[in-house]
Design a protein around this ligand. Structure first.
Ligand code: OFO
Length: 167
């Protein structure tokens, strides 16, 4: 089944948004490495790799559907973060933006009766719930203790030791 042109354009745009997300998280990892927050650097670098995996899923799916892959220009992320809370806030905002885009794609795939795409997008719909939760919960913890830098250092230490965020 050929994909509707609007859906195809939007899916290629989502491929680009996933590559941009990887770029954004690599930029965050660089920021955290520069201020010697190794745990946050590890978390965000790991997340950049996850985003590349999201891009790969969409890329493979387009090939599987015999549709045209468009590799669009990747914007440079804005990296003017004043402190760690600012950076994690930007991560959460970005994930909310991605969720909106995934939901629109999902809604349109239903409206165009593209059942395979609708089912393919289930994984992304669920993934966005996890992604928003990850950064929201981290931001909550950081916000409670924003006046105590030493606690942010503790969170950083925990992240550095966390086996979930392996290199
Ligand atoms: Fe962060 O989930 Fe993809 O973009």
């Amino acid at each position: 089944m050929k994909m509707d042109n609007t859906l195809l354009e939007d899916l290629n745009a989502q491929l680009n948004r996933e590559f941009y997300a990887a770029y954004l998280y690599f930029a965050m990892a660089t920021y955290f490495a520069e201020i010697n927050m190794e745990g946050f650097a590890k978390l965000t670098k790991n997340h950049a790799k996850e985003e590349l995996n999201h891009a790969r899923k969409i890329y493979d799916y387009l090939i599987l559907r015999d549709e045209k892959v468009q590799l669009l220009r990747i914007e440079a992320p804005d990296t003017n973060w004043n402190n760690p809370i600012d950076a994690i806030n930007a991560a959460l905002d970005h994930e909310k933006f991605v969720t909106e885009n995934i939901h629109r794609l999902y809604k349109n795939s239903k409206e165009k009766n593209d059942y395979p795409l609708e089912v393919f997008l289930h994984w992304f719909v669920n993934e966005q719930v996890e992604e928003e939760h990850l950064f929201q919960s981290m931001l909550d913890k950081m916000s409670y203790i924003k006046d105590c830098t030493c606690e942010i250092v503790n969170i950083d230490r925990e992240l550095k030791a966390d086996k979930e965020y392996i290199e």
